[in-house]
Design a protein around this ligand. Structure first.
Ligand code: FMN
Length: 357
């Protein structure tokens, strides 16, 4: 009953289900391998990791599965911060550092790992899939990866972004709807113009692009997977659905929120990274919203809040730690990833059978 899509055929996998690359240590090698071993495609979120960390994670995944998997990187420009620009916001953030007993100042030298080094590891390790977000990889890198037999996938929030990625030569595009947990992938135009719901975005993207489209944002179970395929997507990419699995590296209190809070507790915020992201509302998101015009751009704000985030995790302080989540949060469960995959696969069959009745 399962359709063979361009993604399953290209990778030789059983099901057109992708576990979102959940950066920040949430998509652990154990989670990624469990999804790939269940016939889907697991993905490592490696945007924040150094080349060496990426190499270690890739080896870890390979020690757990011989099935295809993806790594995901951030395709943004290198950024240097203007001390005048960060002074006022850094002062505001100092209040939180004091409250969390953080003695050391933030590290303002290292904003993001060098993309070229990250890409070199992907190439050397010949990972089966490289996906990216926040922009367009340099076309010569897209060509290099493709020449090595790697499937290259970009992320778009509008049809215009999808066309730009297609022009740059990617094999497939992830279309990210407004419902999505974590960061908005937008890279053309202001974030406000990127807020298109998954239901509206997918068929428009499918019609406008010649290359295959993967749907993401708010897909939580078999019903969502069927809907994504019905809208013309070649796969469904799911993040929030996997975040409370035992294999997920999310903080236990974050998992607790995923299991007990609702879509009404979720906000869009730039407070942690400077780039708009969807997650649970807390004291930090609420108070920082009053300083919106002073926040530094991504990834400078990310560097400025680094020691606050680390301390909040260590001290289990949910009022200060980022807890990303998508709008489908009520459907989040804590099943092991292999069980969740088996249940989704069964639900898809049940939904299709029901539609046929
Ligand atoms: C905790 C978290 C981390 C994420 N990290 C990444 C990432 O590193 N790269 C990426 O392309 N997308 C990332 N995303 C976005 C997902 O790829 C995807 O758009 C999202 O999970 C879809 O919405 P859903 O959570 O409702 O399934 C992240 C999402 C979450 C919730």
């Amino acid at each position: 009953m399962w359709p063979n899509t361009e993604l399953t055929k290209r990778l030789g996998i059983s099901y057109p289900i992708i576990q979102s690359p959940l950066a920040g240590g949430i998509a652990t090698p154990a989670l990624v391998a469990a999804v790939s071993n269940s016939g889907g495609l697991g993905a490592l979120g490696m945007g924040y990791q150094s080349a060496e960390q990426i190499r270690r994670s890739v080896k870890d995944v390979r020690g757990r599965t011989n099935k295809p998997f993806a790594i995901n990187l951030f395709a943004h420009e290198r950024i240097a911060a203007d001390p005048k620009q960060i002074g006022p916001i850094n002062q505001i953030l100092q209040n939180y550092r004091n409250e969390l007993w953080i003695g050391l100042p933030p590290d303002l030298e290292h904003y993001a790992p060098p993309l070229e080094e990250q890409l070199s590891v992907a190439l050397e390790e010949k990972v089966p899939v490289v996906s990216f977000t926040f922009g367009v990889l340099p076309p010569r890198w897209i060509q290099k990866l493709k020449a090595a037999g790697i499937l290259v996938v970009g992320t778009a929030t509008t049809v215009r972004e999808g066309l730009e990625l297609e022009k740059a030569g990617v094999d497939m595009v992830v279309a990210q709807g407004y419902e999505a947990g974590g960061h908005r992938a937008n890279f053309l135009g202001p974030v406000e113009t990127s807020m298109i719901g998954t239901m509206a975005l997918i068929p428009q993207m499918v019609d406008a692009l010649k290359i295959p489209v993967i749907a993401t944002g708010g897909i939580m179970d078999g019903r969502g997977v069927v809907a994504a395929l019905a809208l013309g997507a070649v796969a469904a990419q799911m993040g929030t659905a996997f975040m409370a699995c035992p294999e997920s590296g999310a903080h236990p209190k974050h998992k607790d929120s995923l299991l007990h809070k609702t879509e009404e507790n979720i906000v869009l915020t730039r407070a942690y990274t400077g780039k708009t992201a969807r997650g649970f509302k807390n004291r930090f998101t609420t108070e920082m919203a009053t300083h919106e015009d002073r926040l530094a751009p991504y990834p400078v704000q990310y560097a400025l809040t680094r020691n606050i985030r680390v301390a909040a995790y260590q001290q289990s302080q949910t009022e200060f730690m980022p807890m990303w989540a998508g709008q489908g949060v009520r459907l989040c469960t804590s099943r092991p990833a292999a069980v969740l995959m088996a249940d989704i696969i069964k639900e898809v069959n049940d939904v299709i059978a029901k539609i046929r009745e």
